[in-house]
Design a protein around this ligand. Structure first.
Ligand SMILES: *Cc1c(COP(=O)(O)O)cnc(C)c1O
Length: 402
């Protein structure tokens, strides 16, 4: 089993998924990135500084919180929340943004670019760029800029330039295209901080590694609290970074089941969801071979989710492999189920989750009652819901007085 944890192979493959499907001009920069990252990973000074900043600036370790009232309400397994929502900037994204910014500085790159969907990765990247005094440009779909106006304002206050992208669906996929174009042109002085466990090798591995701290902490914390490993881990899956961060340190623990939750949108009909493992197919998108939503001609399908952070046509390649091997199961939650879970967690625990995160909570609502009371679940609370309150209020018909 330990072979699972050792992936990807030297060419960036997780089984048959992953690799490097990029223009010739990016092979050199990706090679440089891979070797710089390998050196940093083994470098004591780099690790010590990363750990120090995670502790003092980002707010790690995050608590593992026993959700007593949610557990009582659902009946069944004991539910623990891994509180990534309490991190600086409000989501797990900063674990990776900080790691890559440190790496960029080590490589002598003065300029940072990134793509963003919900805006959380853009905010995390703008934040660490400010921290290190690096120039920062964020690409964001025009539609997402409208949905997430608050995060656009945050990035601008943090000193980043936000460039709107109005091609195609004007969401995350188009923003990634623009960021890749920028990187090809400016690679000499620019580092591209990709925001999920996606893209060409070494990104899926590197992004996962920077988030493994979630699972390492959670494993230690649950053993301390329960004296045994949990029966189930649950996380939402956009590109798949918060889920891989939680799951990876448990991959060798055969008794621990894992469920990744994709966005079911309005239901599994072409163009109305973003659940790649429901009706998706094998293909190549933005540098990696993986599961994606495309029609029979290979045209990428439109996607839909109430949460911008899960609204993407492809899933990280490591997830595709772990699903094929049967190590991780995948389900989906619809917009309605996610909104119900959003309200439930807010009312019962006093914690307003991000709409992305609410998809994972929706799965817990289905699962916990079917499990015995001596079992436990850890759900990754990937982010907080402040950014989503206005949108949720519209959907739920809550009067905000605005
Ligand atoms: C971006 C985001 C996600 C989805 O991204 P992953 O890479 O799949 O983790 C989930 N939750 C929150 C709060 C996010 O900001």
């Amino acid at each position: 089993m330990s072979m699972l944890k050792d992936l990807p192979d030297a060419n960036g493959y997780f089984g048959t998924y992953g690799g490097r499907f990029v223009p010739e001009t990016l092979i050199g920069p990706l090679d440089e990135l891979a070797s710089e990252y390998a050196a940093a990973r083994d470098n004591g000074e780099f690790q010590i500084e990363l750990e120090r900043l995670l502790r003092e600036y980002v707010g790690r370790p995050t608590p593992l919180y026993f959700a007593r009232r949610l557990t009582e309400k659902l009946g069944g397994a004991r539910i623990y929340l891994k509180r990534e929502d309490l991190l600086h900037t409000g989501a797990h994204k900063i674990n990776n943004a900080l790691g890559q910014a440190l790496l960029a500085r080590r490589m002598g790159k003065r300029r940072i670019i990134a793509e963003t969907g919900a805006g959380q990765h853009g905010v995390a990247t703008a934040t660490v760029s400010a921290l290190f005094g690096l120039e920062c440009v964020i690409y964001m779909g025009a539609v997402d800029m409208e949905r997430q106006a608050l995060n656009v304002a945050r990035m601008r206050f943090l000193g980043a330039e936000v460039r709107g992208v109005s091609a195609g669906q004007a969401t995350l996929k188009e923003a990634i295209n623009e960021a890749m174009r920028d990187w090809v042109t400016n690679v000499r002085d620019t580092h591209y901080i990709l925001g999920s466990a996606l893209g060409a090798h070494p990104y899926p591995m590197m992004v996962r590694d920077f988030h493994r701290v979630i699972g390492l902490e959670a494993r230690h914390q649950i053993l301390e609290r329960e004296g045994k490993l949990p029966e189930l881990l649950v996380a939402c899956v956009g590109g798949g970074s918060n889920a891989m961060g939680l799951f990876h340190p448990f991959l060798d623990d055969g008794t621990v089941q894992m469920i990744g939750v994709e966005a079911g949108g309005d239901g599994i009909m072409p163009g109305r969801h973003a659940a790649r493992f429901q009706g998706g197919r094998l293909g190549v998108l933005q540098g990696t071979k993986t599961y994606l939503l495309a029609d029979s001609d290979g045209q990428i399908e439109l996607t839909h989710s109430v949460s911008a952070g899960l609204d993407y046509a492809a899933i990280g390649p490591e997830h595709a492999n772990l699903r094929e091997l049967g190590r991780i199961n995948y389900s989906f939650a619809t917009d309605t189920e996610a909104l119900d879970a959003f309200r439930l967690l807010s009312e019962v625990e006093g914690i307003i989750p991000a709409l992305e995160t609410a998809h994972a909570v929706a799965e817990v609502v289905k699962r916990a009652p079917t499990m015995p009371p001596e079992s436990s679940i850890i759900v990754n609370l990937s982010g907080r819901g402040d950014k989503d309150v206005q949108q949720a209020a519209v959907f739920c018909g809550v009067n905000t007085g605005l």
